[in-house]
Design a protein around this ligand. Structure first.
Ligand code: NAI
Length: 265
């Protein structure tokens, strides 16, 4: 088992790149089984090899989280899971114009639908697992974003999708913890990954994916319901989110918008 983290069996979606891969590598250790899924077989194999090199047992599955049946089968087939991280996500903005309808649909299907496709069967399976240390049967972490706290006009669907899963996880934890299942909302600021490599605007407090992975897993291990970082950007997001909406829109429309990134979605 990992010296740093208390989990023996962990499932991660979108594990073939960026934050997902960094989370897998950070959690990888002798005695840990990692169930990694992603859409790209070659990139997933590379992530799995890096985790095996750290001593973990790795089972890889090529999977699209918008496929509810395949995602549930993957979770149900994994055996006991101590931690499930619904990380897979896509981003996209308006580019300063109308956000394409296909992009809006794809963002909600992946960032909300894909998270539910992962988390709901995980909760169902965990409810049948015997409790472990501290009476916890399992933990489900959804990767939201600090974007959850700001309805930014440059990325309406992305912000709304992240807000949905952050609020869902936080509210659900209140009832699920009574039966030994914990939910967590992970809310990172800007992380250096293929997703943000496309951004042409300044990204304050941009951090490396391995640092984000460490902060995420430490926060989860500490049992924090909301794992939000970095702190200065979190408070800026909370402040911007608290502005009257018309003021916020007036302020944010002066800032550069996220590009359209799913034009063919
Ligand atoms: P990334 O693009 O490197 O990784 C996203 C992963 O999700 C990729 O492996 C991608 O193939 C996978 N994915 C996308 N759609 C999928 C689908 N339908 N089925 C299965 N896998 C799918 O981006 P990054 O930055 O690592 O993003 C990971 C998560 O972190 C996302 O949910 C993102 O919204 C979130 N996030 C990222 C931030 C950043 O600054 N990079 C900040 C806050 C949150």
């Amino acid at each position: 088992m990992s010296k740093a983290y208390p989990w023996r069996a962990i499932a991660i979606t979108g594990a073939s790149s960026g934050l997902g891969r960094a989370l897998a590598e950070e959690a990888a250790a002798a005695g840990v089984t990692l169930h990694l899924s992603g859409r790209d077989a070659a990139r997933l194999a590379a992530a799995a090899a890096a985790c095996r090199a750290r001593g973990a047992e790795v089972r890889e599955t090529v999977l699209d989280v918008t496929n509810a049946i395949a995602t549930a089968a993957w979770i149900r087939g994994a055996g006991r899971l101590d931690l499930v991280i619904a990380n897979a996500g896509i981003s996209g903005g308006t580019g300063g114009a109308t956000e394409p309808a296909g992009q809006v649909q794809a963002i909600f299907a992946t960032n909300v639908g894909g998270v539910l496709n992962t988390a709901l069967p995980a909760i169902e399976c965990m409810s049948a697992q015997p409790p472990g240390a501290g009476g916890i049967r399992g933990r489900v972490a959804v990767v939201a974003s600090l974007a959850a706290f700001v309805a930014a006009p440059g990325a309406p669907a992305y912000c709304a999708s992240k807000s949905a899963v952050q609020r869902w996880a936080e509210a659900l934890d209140a009832t699920e913890r009574a039966r030994g299942i914990r939910l967590h909302a992970v809310c990172p600021g800007y992380v250096r990954t293929p997703m943000t490599a496309r951004n042409s605007f300044p990204m304050p407090f941009l951090m490396d994916a391995d640092e984000a992975a460490r902060r995420t897993l430490r926060g989860l291990a500490a049992g924090r319901l909301r794992v939000a970082y970095p702190l200065p950007l979190y408070w800026m997001a909370r402040l911007a989110g608290a502005l009257p909406p018309a003021w916020r829109n007036a302020l944010f429309t002066r800032l550069p918008a996220k590009d359209v990134t799913q034009p063919g979605a």
